[in-house]
Design a protein around this ligand. Structure first.
Ligand code: PLP
Length: 501
């Protein structure tokens, strides 16, 4: 095999590697594992040489190390179409300094959350990948969402020829703004359904549908196939690696850090996709000291990082940071794979324990390798206080997810006295969660008690003098186009009905 080529293999077997195009089309490996690069690519030049490149150029440099079966022209075309005027700034992901920390703003895309960073690219990669792999089939994107992925995926796949997209979201467990964004989605190829249950139920249901042999045969007979827009798809993760390099380069250009100086990265975490992308960046050669994993009250990852025990046997709490209300963090599997020295047998053992008993513990050797990470969590009250503190002291408005990260960073800095320059991933616009944000920053929150989330959106703008982002303007009066509800057991029926098969 060409040593410059990167192939992808499953975390759960040693089956022969496939190309990135094939991995992107499949979404998930047939054995239930996730695709990972057979060897982690490295940079083609020292990090500081990327200085001066704009976002698309940098994205090309990083992504081309992973997607070696795409031509330069193909990849550049995809990137150009992804990071265009859908983003409200040509910087795509600006870095903002607030006193002693830097916020990497990942919410300037079409749906105001970081999911846009990868999902504005994925449809382009996927349609090309389908052509390359020569299947000629219609792609059915099946997605479970904790709130933000759903809308970002709907928006990006809407009316893309050769695709249909079906999104399941937990009926209780997304914000009103998030829900309204999804159920007002236009596009004849889009299908949206609320489910009775939480995000983990939705994700498990979707994984089962992926693995359902009969249903897959039925799709096959209709010249269709499933793929995924969740971060289990490697095509979601790779574009995310680029923005961590972007953050580093911007700090370097501004003279905030010296060449090769290490930074910390704090990520508000749910499904472990975003922080895994930062880990990939570190593995490729980005100078990173600690990866700080911030959880809300669903602190299963905090426990894991601190004890080596992953235990999902607990009640899922609904918090004001709903996109992190997750107990089964899919992408942790890719980290565990690295921790166990890429041993699919050992990994499969751990994950069958998780499936059977709801808990596994990694051994001492694996625990040692977890030292790249630091884990913390914020309670609801601490989250509100963080929003208020950053707004009052730094005149900077953050959303509830970013607030969890900020709180955990403060705790990290206090308990370690590490003063490494730190980048916090700002994952959503505060206008997606106006109720909680107003509650945090208003001197008189009761003044707003009669208003719904859509009214609060306007009030938040008045209160802060910040304009409502264009994609959220007037969202409360948009026409509702999807009105579906089903139980976990009837998710499959919703799929077949939507597809007309
Ligand atoms: C999805 C999401 C997260 C969690 O990201 P993961 O990749 O699932 O860990 C955090 N914040 C916001 C706003 C999100 O939409």
């Amino acid at each position: 095999m060409d040593p410059e080529q990167i192939y992808y293999k499953s975390t759960r077997s040693n089956d022969a590697g496939i190309t990135s195009a094939q991995a992107i089309v499949k979404g998930m490996a047939p054995d239930g594992g996730l695709y990972v690069p057979e060897a982690m690519p490295s940079l083609d030049m020292p990090v500081c040489c990327y200085s001066g490149m704009d976002y698309p150029e940098l994205a090309y440099k990083i992504m081309s190390r992973f997607l070696t079966d795409f031509t330069e022209d193909e990849l550049r075309q995809c990137i150009m179409k992804a990071y265009d005027e859908k983003f409200d700034t040509p910087l795509v992901a600006p870095v903002v300094k607030a006193q002693d920390v830097f916020f990497l703003e990942l919410f300037h895309g079409a749906t105001c959350a970081f999911k846009d960073m990868a999902l504005s690219l994925l449809p382009h990669l996927l349609t090309l990948a389908v052509q390359k792999s020569g299947t000629g089939r219609e792609i059915v994107i099946l997605t479970a969402t904790s709130g933000d992925t759903g809308k970002a995926a709907l928006e990006s796949f809407s009316n893309v020829p050769g695709t249909k997209i079906i999104v399941f979201y937990p009926s209780k467990g997304v914000s009103l703004v998030q829900e309204r964004q999804m159920i007002t989605q236009e596009g004849a190829n889009t299908f949206v359904c609320a489910i009775e249950g939480n995000f983990d139920d939705a994700q498990t249901g979707v994984k089962e549908i992926f693995g359902d042999m009969d249903l897959n045969k039925k799709l096959d007979a209709n010249n269709m196939m499933f793929s995924s827009a969740n971060s289990i798809n490697i095509g979601r993760l790779i574009p995310q690696v680029a923005y961590y390099f972007n953050a580093y380069i911007r700090l370097l250009e501004k003279g905030e850090i010296a060449e090769n100086e290490e930074i910390n990265i704090v990520v508000p975490t749910g499904n472990f996709g975003n922080i895994l992308a930062a880990y990939f960046a570190k593995t490729m050669g980005l100078p990173v000291n600690k990866l700080i994993c911030a959880s809300n009250e669903n602190n299963v990852l905090y426990d894991f990082i601190n004890t080596g025990v992953y235990n999902r046997m607990r009640e899922l709490k609904l918090t004001m940071s709903p996109s992190m209300d997750i107990l089964i963090s899919s992408n942790l599997e890719r980290l565990i794979y690295e921790l166990c020295d890429r041993d699919p047998v050992k990994l499969s053992g751990l994950f069958s324990e998780l499936a059977d008993k709801g808990v596994f513990e990694i051994d001492e050797e694996m625990k040692e390798k977890l030292s790249d990470f630091w884990g913390g969590y914020a309670t609801e009250k601490q989250t509100l206080n963080a929003i208020s503190e950053v707004y009052r002291n730094h005149n900077y408005l953050i959303d509830t997810h970013t607030a969890v990260a900020y709180y955990v960073y403060r705790e990290y800095a206090e308990s370690t006295s590490d003063r490494t320059k730190t980048v916090i991933a700002a994952t959503a616009s505060p206008f997606k969660f106006p109720g909680s944000v107003i509650k945090a920053i208003s001197n008189n929150p009761s003044e707003y008690s009669g208003l719904d989330e859509f009214g609060l959106l306007e009030k938040l703008s008045l209160l802060t003098g910040i304009e409502v982002p264009a994609p959220l303007r007037g969202i409360g009066s948009k026409k509702i186009l999807h009105n579906n509800y089903c139980t976990i057991d009837s998710m499959k029926d919703f799929v077949t009905r939507s597809l007309g098969i």
